[in-house]
Design a protein around this ligand. Sequence first.
Ligand code: CU
Length: 179
Amino acid sequence: MHIDTLEKQWAQIVLGICALFVGIIMFDALIHSVNAPSNVETIDSAKLHLSEEFAEDNLGVQQDEKGNIMVRMVAGRYSFFPKKIIVPAETKITFRWVSIDVLHGVHIPMTNMSTMIVPGFVAQLDTSFPKPGDYPVLCNEYCGLGHDHMWSKIEVMEKDQWNLSHLSSADTNGVTENE
Ligand SMILES: [Cu+2]
């Protein structure tokens, strides 16, 4: 079969572009751990307050005996609850998000945190904050008239300081011990 030289060159350019895109996706997935959320877990969104895990007292930051940090958050029109949490920088943190009403999204700039929060499902993601500071938590799925105002804040502390504040102010700031 005869293929024109010019056509061959264009085919090579197209294949090259495809290879570049696949390369970028692989690089982000393997090096920056930017992956599609893969946790599938259901929950009754209408009964979150009655559920053991997402009852009000249980929200926010918790740390188990091994030192693993888990954050449980509820999204509802038009905020994320608890309104403010404090976590350490440069530490792996597991976030579990649920919605109390409609579809929401959560995006935290400078991290890999960007996922939908689908009612009826638990969105779980591991992330870490590169440096101390205030990080905005933004809803990136249109959820109603107040969507523009749907945001909250995560305060990220120096790793060493966080341990101290965690011990000294256990019951404030939404920081509690895990039973
Ligand atoms: Cu929203």
